[in-house]
Design a protein around this ligand. Structure first.
Ligand SMILES: Cc1cc2nc3c(=O)[nH]c(=O)nc-3n(C[C@H](O)[C@H](O)[C@H](O)COP(=O)(O)OP(=O)(O)OC[C@H]3O[C@@H](n4cnc5c(N)ncnc54)[C@H](O)[C@@H]3O)c2cc1C
Length: 108
C-alpha cells in the first residue's frame, strides 16, 4: 500500500511531522497559507531536498476529499480547546495511522 501524506501548517509541529514522514511515506506534501514557514528551525537541507517532499506555500487547504477514514486531532475535533487535548489526540491519531501503514514490533 502506498502512503501519501499532507501536512497542513508551517510551524514547528508541522515541520517536525514532515521530517518524520519523509522517511516512511511515498509522498509528503506540506501545505502552508503563508509565503514562508514560521517554524523557528526551518526544514533541514536533507529534508527540504527529499525527492518525496512537495511544498505548497501561499496555499490554503479548502477541502478533504475521498471516502477513506480521516484522522483528526486538536481544536478541529474537540470542544475542549486546550494544548494538552490537542497533543494527546495527535499522539493517538499518529499511533492509529502508524498501525494502519506498518506492522510495528509491539503489535506482533
Ligand atoms: C490566545 C490563546 C491562548 C491560549 N492559551 C492556552 C493555554 O494557556 N493553554 C492551553 O492548553 N491552550 C491554550 N490555547 C489553546 C491552544 O492554543 C489550542 O488548543 C491548540 O493550539 C490547538 O492545536 P491545533 O493543532 O488543534 O490547532 P492550531 O495550533 O491552531 O494549528 C492549526 C494550524 O493549521 C493552520 N491552518 C488552519 N487552516 C488552514 C488551512 N485551510 N490551510 C492551511 N493551514 C491552515 C493554522 O494556521 C495553524 O498553523 C490558547 C489559544 C489562544 C488563541
Amino acid at each position: 500500500m502506498e502512503m501519501y501524506d499532507v501536512v497542513v501548517g508551517g510551524g514547528d509541529t508541522a515541520v517536525s511531522h514532515v521530517q518524520r514522514l519523509v522517511g516512511i511515506a511515498d509522498r509528503v506534501t506540506l501545505v502552508h497559507r503563508q509565503a514562508g514557514l514560521r517554524s523557528q528551525f526551518g526544514l533541514p537541507g536533507a529534508v527540504a531536498e527529499a525527492r518525496n517532499l512537495g511544498i505548497l506555500l501561499g496555499t490554503a487547504a479548502e477541502e478533504i476529499l475521498g471516502s477513506a477514514r480521516i484522522l483528526a486531532a486538536g481544536d478541529v475535533s474537540s470542544p475542549l480547546k486546550m494544548i494538552i487535548t490537542a497533543v494527546a489526540q495527535a499522539a493517538a491519531a499518529a499511533h492509529e495511522a502508524y498501525l494502519e501503514i506498518r506492522a510495528p514490533y509491539w503489535a506482533a
